[in-house]
Design a protein around this ligand. Sequence first.
Ligand code: GLN
Length: 568
Amino acid sequence: MKKKQRKYIFVVGGVMSGVGKGVASSSIGTIMKARGLAVTALKIDPYINIDAGTMNPTEHGEVFVLNDGDECDQDMGNYERFLDTELSKNNYMTTGRVYLDVIRRERNLEYKGKNVEVVPDIPLEVIRRIKKAADDADADVTLVEVGGTIGEYQNIIFLEAARMLKAKYPGDVAIVMVSYLPIPSKIGEMKTKPTQYAARSLNSVGLQADIIIGRSQLPIDKKRKEKIATFCNVLPDHVISAPDVESIYDVPVNFERDNLGNILCKVLSIKNAKTDLSKWKAFVRKTKSPKGEVRIAVVGKYFDSGDFVLSDVYISVLEAIKISALSLGVKAVIRYVNSRNFEGPNGRKAAADLRNYDAVLVPGGFGSTGVEGKICAIQYCRENKIPYFGLCYGMQLMVIEFARNVVGLKDANTTEINPETKNPVIDIMEDQKKIISSGNYGATMRLGAYPAMLKKGTVARKAYNTETIFERHRHRYEVNPAFIETISAAGLVFSGTSPTGKLMEIAELPQNEHPFFVGTQFHPEFKARPLLPHPLFSAFIKAAIKRGSETRKPAILAQKVASPQVKE
Ligand code: GLN
């Protein structure tokens, strides 16, 4: 079989970070895939860390977990959602990962006595990795998103890799620069100069953008497109408008409106197959015409960054909620609720505010901050039959709450918080003990996809409608086998277990006792896709819609809940 002519699209960022380079890359993936092409995507993070797993969420946002257990950047989640595909550790690299491999090979004499140098050996290793990911996926088109911004020192070696690859295969590599066009409020005019400087900085590392995607509050007008074209050396129709959107899922459709798919095919000499974005467009249409709304409280530990609340920490959870809600025809109104509100002497009273929501979710987490508040929220949901969904820590805390308040084990806890508790209903996994005592923290949790078996007749089994599931994990603790009998006897059902029956993967209350009270030891949010909503999230949202329709009074609807609203 003739080897495919591989095509590469490098996506680099100009002017500043955080303007949606990941969504732009993912959306390029969506429109190329819609042309019937096999597409894969890589993310490059310029930091030294081997992965995102050891980083504080305030540093990095969400840690996304792949099937193979790789702990990586949240953009990988966008790729999986937009490309509706499963990626592996070969799709993710950091400076640390690249150097580690080169140094390991040098120690192994694999460079055969040669002087190993930053250039070309590091970019060559970057290229080797890009090609491997392309080969693994047998991709026609491989997207490579270079993290960071043009002009900074950190990512220069990756831009050099792009330059070397383009020098070797000039017709097979496209460079897309996602840049920012500010509209300063005092001036009221869209400014192109920062983008011109970014294009020039890109030139200074030997690269010329083929296409410039201009992120801005508003669409780019003809005059500015021409200006950018003239000063950045691109054709006017190669300047693509990427205005702020209501939903990130609009972006592929907007790109097609600006003809980006055809332009990329032209730049890369890809025979332009017919585009079929119909499924995607059908989903986007749903986002435009919701028939109602559900109000979901995400009770978590919130991170302040200066005067701002970081919303990226739970991005996959938010997307999973939104996707299921939209697929059921309603819009999710998600509010962050700081679990610390539910601590102290007034905690229980404050938790009663949760009745203003249609459902409550407690996401994953680590450590003791806000934990008692989360437990208080869970108790309120259990006692007041408010649909509750607990993810990972959210499931462990649900078991603790049940053990304390139903079973009567007053000091029930996780040994993560209280190693001395007499009732460690959540305890460290046996194989984790050695790992921790050796101080080996990186990539050593229970990570990635594991199978679970679902019990007949349970909420979980009904939602998944299958016996065996594969879901992704990221945790060190688990339900302590010593307490399973007691807890089950008191009525909590472990509806999903590992195939050997040893590890508890899903806990729930029977539906005749509670409309939805479910916790998962795994992270279902990592597998929710716009074109394939996650069954458990959908079951949760259904329960929320039901509660909303039964309890929502106009007065409550109008009531403002004092917490930051998540950007839709
Ligand atoms: N801290 C818990 C554990 O390590 C839960 C982790 C999580 O929520 N991802 O088991």
